[in-house]
Each structure stands twice: as structure tokens, then as C-alpha cells.
Design a protein around this ligand. Sequence first.
Ligand code: NAD
Length: 357
Amino acid sequence: SPTTYSPAAPWVFDRSLSSSAADSNLIRATLFPGDGIGPEIADSVKQVFRAAEVPIEWEEHYVGLEVDPRTQSFLTWESLESVRRNKVGLKGPMATPIGKGHRSLNLTLRKELNLYANVRPCYSLPGYKTRYDDVDLITIRENTEGEYSGLEHQVVRGVVESLKIITRQASLRVAEYAFHYAKAHGRDRVSAIHKANIMQKTDGLFLKCCREVAEKYPDIKYEEVVIDNCCMMLVKNPALFDVLVMPNLYGDIISDLCAGLIGGLGLTPSCNIGEGGIALAEAVHGSAPDIAGKNLANPTALLLSSVTMLRHLELHDKADRIQDAILNTISEGKYRTADLGGSSSTTDFTKAIIDHL
Ligand code: NAD
């Protein structure tokens, strides 16, 4: 892999590089409503955006009915091209079809769009009681390598080997993104999470890259925390953290731990940053087939994910307005979906959010 990596802020959304909408005042964004409850919660986002007059024109793509040989998955080449062209998109949950000979949709997206950083803002929802009321942190997970490189094999009978790949290029890229994010969002600390005392070469290289990047951001405090200690600290006092950056496997686990601190995956937004400044926001919960089509789904995670998309587009006034309306609706407690202990339908909850705009 290359030994130098000098990004010219490749993650900043550049309108001139994305495809233009029919109306030049609008930004065109790809929407994958997804499966199961996906279309219901995507509809909620569309309604809220319309009511808040967000200047977005959706380009909707449904997951294909047949495997596309060019992607080896149900996700068609045209859908991927749409995100590449628009550089910004929102994804609902996608069911992983059981079968042979094709890749999972999420894996296809991650690989084809090179979605190298998964960003999850995790903050306490006012009025929704969990053990903590002061969580406000961001997990940034390297999304392309580490233990998830898919390099596993049997050495001899009874012995298997799994390769953990860490490259300088991917580590610098995610570290750069973490520091850029901290600076752009007025955050003052980045913690690199690792196990370099044991994984000296791999996590050692990851830390070396983080340190290198940290030097370019003297205003942001940089610290290194061993993963096991980090878990204990997060559970004891999540307010100790601000922005956390880490390799793939640690990020997978820690980001769910953090979601648990604020009430679960149904409330946690997420955004994937990809090569060429692509941002694909997504709800991290699944397609909830048990409640699909029953008007029971909670659209909060997809709505808050759409807020991260607006922030990426630097539409902060719209993002603030929608985020406040969602949080105030939940905090008030009159309209909540069943998963949050209420009895509202998806449509009534959506209407309540629109009334709070
Ligand atoms: P799931 O998240 O779909 O459901 C787990 C439980 O949480 C269910 O009881 C469901 O009703 C509830 N739930 C989830 N989201 C909810 C919401 N927004 N509002 C209210 N309740 C909600 O997980 P699963 O059942 O393990 O997976 C179902 C399908 O989703 C599978 O095909 C799986 O592959 C897929 N999946 C996709 C993603 C993704 O696209 N990111 C993530 C996880 C699972």
C-alpha cells in the first residue's frame, strides 16, 4: 500500500462534483428505502423533509428482485452508480436474502463504495430515561480491514487461521476523518482505541498513524485508550469520552455498546463515509419483518441518520430543526412508538414530529 496519504479534505461535500437536480436549488440524494419496515420509515423521512422544506430531491432505488451479475448481489449496478453520482444517500434496512452465489447487500455497498469510516453520533435523548443522561460521544470505526478482511483458512486439521490486516493507508484515512470531524463539530478530544500492548504490529501501526495525524491538529487533545479499559470507562462514565476512533472489530463492538448507553439501535443514527467524498447515512437496525407493514415501526434511527446526512451537506439549520423536533416529541412522551413504551403508530409519531418543527 502507498506510504503517503495526503487527502485534500476528500470528505467535504462538493456540490459541483455531484449530479445536479432538475431544480438547481435542490441537492439530489439517493434513497434506498430497503426491506421490511424500510419503506414505512423512509416515508416518514420524506414527509418530515418536505414539511421542513429541506432542499433535497430524492432519487429512489429499490433493491432488485434478481441478482445483478455486475455486483453479485441484489443491489443493482444502477443503484450503486446513483450514490457515486450524487455522492450522498440514505439507506433503510436491507434483509440479507438466504441463498448461495451472491454477496450481502451491506457488504456490496461497503466494498463497492469503499465506505471506510462508519460514524455514529451517540447522545442521550432528553426525556427518554436510561442509566445515563449525559452521553454525547461519536464512534468512528474503520470499516474496510482489520479482522473483517475475510482472510480465513484452515492450516491443518484442527487449526484455523484468520488474518488481521492493518494498512497505513486505511489507518491514516480514518484518523484524518476523525480529526476532521472533531474540528468541524467543535469537539476537543480524540481517543484512539487499541490493544497495541498485545497486537503490537497491527494496532501499533494504527496508533502510529493516529499520532501522525494528531500532530497536525494541535488544538485537539489526543489520547490512547486500551480497548478493555475503554469498555469499563464507557460503562462507568461515558461522559469521559468525546470522539473515539478505532479499527474495525473494536468499532463494531464499541459502537453497539454506545448505542446501548442511550437506549438501543432503534435510536442510534449512523453515517458511512466513502471514497470520493461519498456519505451514505443508514439506520443500523434491521428490517424488522415481525412488524413490517403494520404501521408500528419507529422511524427515529432513520430520521436521525438523515440528520447526519444534512450535517454532511452543511445544512445545519435544517438538521437542527429536525433533530430538535424529534427529540422534543420523544421527550414530551405523548407520542411514542411501541418500542419506546408508547402506543403511537409510525404515521402519528411522524405527524407529531412535523407539528414540532
Ligand atoms: P431487526 O433489527 O430487524 O429486529 C430486531 C427486533 O427489533 C425486532 O423485534 C424488531 O421488531 C425490532 N426493531 C428493529 N427496528 C425497529 C424499529 N425501527 N422500530 C421498532 N422496532 C424495531 O433484526 P433481525 O430480526 O435480526 O433482522 C431482520 C433482517 O434485517 C435480517 O434479514 C437481517 O439480515 C437484516 N438486517 C439488516 C441490517 C441493515 O441493513 N443494516 C442490520 C441488521 C439486520
